[in-house]
Unconditional design. Structure first.
Length: 319
């Protein structure tokens, strides 16, 4: 059931409060304040849907209350209707300039009071609904733009990986480029590439890519002891299970598999959480597939170049 809209009556005259309360209590939740200071306190606690505010009050008049409410971002959108015995256009103009939406003059007309309160509450609800819709659409657009940006970055990264296949670089340079590309696409803080030892079934770290260490951003002469235990353990699981393995919220290891052979395993640390982390894991998996293909073709090109593979035989077996 929808909660009734709330009305705050701020007036130092009990008879005015009584009349307005009787007129409005059947349709609205009523709050009452007998001074400007009390009115501001209630607004801070309750945030009513509309305020009926007397102008002439001791210590803090209605103009000052209105000024303070309109100067605050949290209360500036609450509609204020001034209640006054004054009918001078200059006074009305001053109130409207301060941000009031309407005036109700004493003595009160039952129909006018109800109509104006109802109209301005409906307008506020319409504005609130429109603002909520705009905010929701804005969030959707921001998310779509972010996802599009990630998609473009992924495509650029995969294109770079594809170019490695025919770049003519060696395997040692290729693994460094793979680490750099993956780190750049998914915004990780560190990437380690492991090479599986086919005889011992162990993983040997061959590249550590860590941009947080400018002097040692790329390390190739590394030992297994220099790598923390967790990355090695998760990388081994990834190799054995031949799938991406997550660790905690934003770390993962994934194998680089080509034709059912694990060519390498890559550990990625502190993956960016600007996007949905599951999206980044999916991107990492696709990049790993592209990286495996790049590694295999770099090795094939290298073998052909150094006469470790016969080109004609290779073309015959791979039409």
């Amino acid at each position: 059931m929808k909660e009734r809209p709330s009305v705050l009556i701020v007036d130092d005259t009990p008879s005015n409060i009584k009349i307005l309360n009787e007129l409005l209590k059947g349709c609205y939740k009523i709050y009452v304040a007998t001074s400007g200071e009390d009115g501001l306190d209630i607004v801070a606690q309750r945030e009513p849907d509309i305020i009926l505010l007397d102008i002439k009050m001791p210590e803090m008049d209605g103009y000052e209350v209105c000024r303070q409410l309109k100067s605050s971002e949290t209360t500036s959108k609450i509609p204020i209707i001034f209640i006054t015995a004054k009918s001078d256009e200059i006074d009305e103009q001053h109130g409207l300039e301060l941000g009031a939406v309407d005036y109700i003059s004493k003595p009160f007309s039952k129909s006018i009071v109800k109509a104006r309160v109802s109209n301005h509450i409906e307008l506020k609800e319409a504005r609130d609904n429109l603002e909520a819709l705009v905010n929701a659409r804005t969030r959707e657009l921001c998310l779509a733009n972010k996802q599009l940006g990630m998609y473009v970055k992924e495509l650029e990264g995969r294109a770079e990986l594809a170019r490695l296949q025919t770049s003519g670089i060696g395997q040692s340079d290729a693994v460094i480029e793979i680490c750099r590309i993956i780190l750049g696409v998914i915004g990780a803080s560190k990437v380690v590439l492991f090479n599986p030892n086919k005889k011992t079934k162990e993983l040997i770290p061959i590249v550590l890519f860590d941009p947080s260490s400018p002097d040692k951003a790329v390390q190739t002469n590394i030992t297994s002891e220099s790598i923390d235990t967790i990355p090695k353990e998760v990388a081994i699981q990834s190799m054995q299970q031949e799938k991406l393995i997550c660790h905690l919220a934003n770390n993962a290891a994934t194998p680089l598999i080509f034709n059912d052979e694990v060519l390498a395993v890559i550990w990625v640390e502190d993956i960016s959480i600007d996007n949905d982390i599951s999206d980044n894991f999916e991107i990492l998996q696709r990049l790993a597939n592209e990286s495996a293909s790049a590694l295999r073709w770099v090795k094939i090109n290298e073998d052909i170049l150094f006469d470790q593979m016969d080109l004609n035989e290779f073309l015959k077996n791979n039409p």
